[in-house]
Design a protein around this ligand. Structure first.
Ligand code: UDP
Ligand code: MG
Length: 152
């Protein structure tokens, strides 16, 4: 059964920050009922980004991806809630924005796979790894009073 304590790592990429989409993306996760437990603006080094995307090393687009992600600061976030990993991916849309449904973040704001404005963990295991990589200092434990109204 999906856990209400599931966590996912969501990141607004440099193009999303430059295009002023941070608030819109946060509003979608807040509005859906997820709980924000970590957030920071960080201009990541290529070395850090290579760790984040280690699984993609060797792909032809890898060097371009690292350059793109190092162009400017990203907004790193951890969101918690029911089925957060899978639901977060659905909210992002397909990797290639041309295939993303309208109503998703990429489907509403992006056209190119190499400028697709957001990242979301693809499994609970990878979410844990990504959260540890981006937030070695840990996340904030807190209760939202609205939990009773979002979860049964
Ligand atoms: N990417 C790309 N070209 C491709 C596939 C991926 O530039 O053909 C970029 C794109 O920005 C994508 C990121 O690499 O978001 C990571 O790829 P992944 O397959 O993990 O997609 P995601 O999990 O972000 O949907
Ligand atoms: Mg991925």
């Amino acid at each position: 059964m999906a856990s209400i304590k599931e966590r996912t790592y969501i990141m607004v990429k440099p193009d999303g920050v430059q295009r002023g989409l941070v608030g819109n993306i946060i509003a979608r996760f807040e509005g859906r009922g997820f709980k924000l437990i970590a957030l920071k603006l960080v201009h990541a080094t290529p070395e850090h980004l290579e760790k984040h995307y280690a699984d993609l090393k060797g792909k032809p687009f890898f060097p371009g991806l690292i350059k793109y992600m190092a162009l400017g600061p990203v907004v790193a976030m951890v969101w918690e809630g029911l089925d957060a990993v899978k639901t977060g991916r659905v909210m992002l849309g397909a990797t290639n924005p041309l295939a993303s449904a309208p109503g998703t973040i990429r489907g509403d704001f992006a056209l190119a796979v190499g400028r697709n404005i957001c990242h979301g963990s693809d499994s609970v295991e990878n979410a844990e790894k990504e959260i540890a990589l981006w937030f070695p200092e840990g996340v904030v434990q807190h209760e939202l009073t609205l939990s009773t109204w979002v979860f049964e």
